[in-house]
Design a protein around this ligand. Sequence first.
Ligand code: PLP
Length: 388
Amino acid sequence: MYNFDKIADRLNTSSLKWMYKDVLPMWVADMDFDTMPEVKEAIKKRVDLGAFGYTNTPNYFYEAFRDFWKRNHHVDFKTEWMIFSTGVVPAISSIVRKLTKVGDRIMVMTPTYNIFFNSILNNNRDVAQTDLEYDGKEYKINWKDFEARIKNNVKMLILCNPQNPVGKIWSKGELLRIGKICRENNVIVLSDEIHCDIVTPGMEYIPFSSVSEECMNISITCLSASKCFNLAGLQGACVVIPNEKIRKLVNRGLNTDEVAEGNAFVYDAFTVALNKGDLWLKEMNQYVYNNKKYLKSFLNENLKELDYHFGDATYLAWVDVSKICDDGNMLCEYLKAKSKVYFSYGEEYGKSFKGFIRINLATSLDNVKEGLNRLLIGINKFKEEYRK
Ligand SMILES: Cc1ncc(COP(=O)(O)O)c(C=O)c1O
């Protein structure tokens, strides 16, 4: 049994997540759990070597991805299809530059991971955006809107599979339909699958490229061990591209952008995590699920005005706060200042979602309890102050 109650003290370590003194951070998608002891051992072994020179990407790194996805997700990714990158975001930005032109449109389904907007806009491409629709239980694609927007000069879809922030696991039917529409309109699908192994116990995500030959041929899949095993600071990803023509271009782009070489630790750490991490993941997922259940009962009991949602993936809760305040940004800042707890602004994930906040639950249950108490205290104060 691994111990997920034990979390590292990251104050004064230049941690991004823990950078606000005295504030409990429940914002950026970064875990607090102690990573696997086996991974720490692999890193220590490297440290003991005492030499940290340039490192080639070893084949065992790619084999670990191949084996893990075969074992856990029933898909046969060939090692020849894989390219290392220093992260999913560096890969996405590079791929946007290489496969699309200035002025092209790139589609996202909102609410979605905020940095997709940066990768598109910073490279002078335009965002085509379709809002997912909430039926009170689930977020769903508005197919009419999706298809209409795709037809308007869209060259690429950035799919978040599973979807951050709503935790949606896309079904096979949905993935097939996305693939069909994209194929018909010559749209490449860049599937960011970084959250894929954080799932409700018993649930499984489906790799986009695995659902049909057609999807495989238009797919670029970004995989990583970073999000699921608390290794994001090691900076690594594996980009999988079955289509040879697309792969050659992307390989050129990643190398030209100098994001295709890893540091001295990332290869061994990811390899050990993927090869030996099934049990750790299983237990981590049970722990996160218990945190979600705690949030559910806490909000049902104490904060009925908040409409929360979490899907079957990610460690995130997506909370509609509009009955308290229609400006989630302002509420987050208020809670940070007055109640010392920090959440992410909903609006970052799409402009229609200003009335939302995102809560990160990848921390100890004690922290979740403390954070939600602070949320309650802060909201009560906010109501007193603004509803006089
Ligand atoms: C959907 C998604 N993709 C990518 C990233 C970041 O990936 P990387 O650190 O490998 O650049 C995040 C981090 O929160 C994320 O949520």
